[in-house]
Design a protein around this ligand. Sequence first.
Ligand SMILES: *Cc1c(COP(=O)(O)O)cnc(C)c1O
Length: 339
Amino acid sequence: MAAPGRQVAAAVKAEAYGHGLTRVAQALDADAFAVASLEEALTLREAGIDRPILLLEGVFEAMELPLCARHDLLIAVHHPEQVVMLERARLERRVRVWLKIDSGMHRLGLEAETAQAAFQRLRNCPAVAPGIGWMSHLARADERDCDYTLQQLQTFETVTAGLPGERSLANSAGILGWPQTHFDWVRPGIMLYGASPFVDSLATAEDLRPVMTFHTRLISIKRLRKGEPIGYGGTWRCPEDLDVGVAAAGYGDGYPRHAPSGTPVLLNGREAPLIGRVSMDMITVDLREHPEARLADRVTLWGDGLPVERIAQAAGTISYTLLCSITARVRREVIPADG
Ligand SMILES: *Cc1c(COP(=O)(O)O)cnc(C)c1O
């Protein structure tokens, strides 16, 4: 338990970071679910999820409010215009609201100076249920030595001081790295899927286990001569005679096209380096250290035994994008957790 005693709003937006929205929501015992859009929330309700659902960005237009009321969605209010929408709305029942403060992310959120006035207006608004909550989002909690999180914390505390309502600030990095940000509700995302939110550590260091393993098979092994180029653009040339393995996955499956030569894959429990360009359906692998390799051997691209953070780092991106980018043609297989 990374945040004992706190309530958990599990971030399942973006198909639960690529793991499947309803599948994950059904598997998780969270106090609430957090999504980015009304469509995602309605998908969860249609699947029979009856826990509270928080719309992290609130409604995009007034038309969405009656649906939020009907489906009992909890909405973030981050903009003065959304306050006006609520004041004008005539709803079949009151909606629950969390006020979102801009404590320093400078993306969404009410300015600290206007937040208390918005709070008073919403308190008097017939469309709004009693028990308004407070939330804000951390911009740099993944940098452990950066005091920006403490500044954001202070702003959040100052704005909400003395006011009633539950409070929520921490994402995964806040949960794992900044206990003073936990408040009443935590909002984990990436850590639920077993990846680290930190720039400088692997999931294993945080005691997280990867949920997704992305794998394929070797479909060709070919002996190439010294000097022969491999793949599009011929960007990699064999420094000596060697065996090249071809694995059946590429950017058409969600493997990053920018992964350079040297990015590891896992073959028979050991790493092998990718060589040449990633193409749509295939990647090529240097088999010099893998004389045992045979056709149809399993090739793990990330997951169990090969942290997705490693691939993200090699490809100059973050684990979040890799998890989200697995495409529709990739077959999903759900393996029950062994506890
Ligand atoms: C996505 C999101 C989270 C979860 O973030 P992680 O870094 O994946 O833990 C929490 N809060 C808000 C507002 C978000 O948009």
